[in-house]
Write a protein that binds this ligand. Sequence first.
Ligand SMILES: *Cc1c(COP(=O)(O)O)cnc(C)c1O
Length: 458
Amino acid sequence: MSKFDVPYKIYLDEADIPSSWYNVRADMKNKPAPLIHPATLKPLKFEDMQPIFCDELIRQELDNDTAYIPIPEEILNFYKMYRPSPLVHAVFLERLLDTPAHIFYKFEGNNTSGSHKLNSAIAQAYYAKKQGLKGVTTETGAGQWGTALSMACAFFKLECKVFMVKVSYEQKPFRREVMRTYGASVTPSPSMTTEIGRKINAEHPNTTGSLGCAISEAVEEAVKSEGYRYELGSVLNQVLLHQSIIGLETKAACDKYGIKPDVIIGCAGGGSNLGGLISPFMGEKLRGEADYQFIAVEPASCPSFTRGKFAYDFCDTGKVCPMAKMYTLGHDFIPSSNHAGGLRYHGMSSILSQLYHDGLMEARAVEQTSVFEAAEQFARVEGILPAPESSHAIRVAIDEALKCKETGEEKTIIFGLTGTGYFDMTAYEKYNDGTMTDYIPSDDDLAKGFACIPDVKL
Ligand SMILES: *Cc1c(COP(=O)(O)O)cnc(C)c1O
């Protein structure tokens, strides 16, 4: 394959947008462990989840068997506004690295929310509307999910209450204003409007908040508000299902141009973009039809896969949510304050956790200064200013391509470029000023988080 055997950007036709999501659980021999009730420790049933989630989304959450789930037409129509997303041949990056490897990236940043999160937001808003609900609540950390859900709710005329981690609320006023423009109400978390928020504020008066804490507030708010449900932008099975659109399109583009990836790389926060990107390829691997190397990339300062425990843990700090079996650093874990690169969630998708546990996938932890180095290299030749989260995947894609330079191997590498970094300029500023530092938690630091993981065995 010479560099220009395939076009620089591989756009599919509108008609090539997949009409079903693919549910990788259907092909997994070892299914992901079910969510359990924190009090009874029994797997959650449909009725248990009804006060929190929309009915149809619960069905998707619990469905381990249906391989293809049709995408409702209204969601498909919305997808057509910004999909198919391009699979880009990174010819300029290849040239810069002087590597025999072929590098491609699937770019999900071409929509106003700036990331892949809109793929699930629009689905979740649709099912809430279809159920006749008044509105939804959610949390947002850096703000991408809150923005995506605000856009989706505006489209379906639903109310949207966002609890935004206080430090981001203060440091990212523009994200907040995008959400408000789309009609969402945005409350800094911990707030004084929920019981759990008041409790956390009383116990930690100067806290700048965390994702786990904002989740607790959003769930409480949904449960106590008539006609409301809670929606989550990552980690859950249903979110990976919706994000499979990324992988299905990638697969379609590969098939159209005769590209066969050897390595597929994605950053991992809660696991939704990576899970979505690899799903159809993982399906082939699970069915014994093809083999691929999958690599999850996480920050060294929040190393859920590479140093976490595979155990049942709470999904939130306030312990109001169900428990999930996953690779976790403990629900009290908060990455060190110098951490600027996103992907700061303590846990990981149960699906990916099981696949990783079964040796079907690898994981690497990378330090943030090396991530921003990769981001800068990429931005200067490929034009796109990548989100810090996405740049974790760029880091490892570059590392793999440089390995190929040493061995002379012509591997084909695909990575997920999940979004743009325009709202992350404070992090870039630190990098540009040379004040960005790395902090790798010590075993003692991690032990504190592990100590709060409940001792649950089914
Ligand atoms: C939220 C986000 C991520 C991480 O979330 P996953 O669920 O692990 O995909 C990665 N990149 C961007 C741009 C994001 O907004």
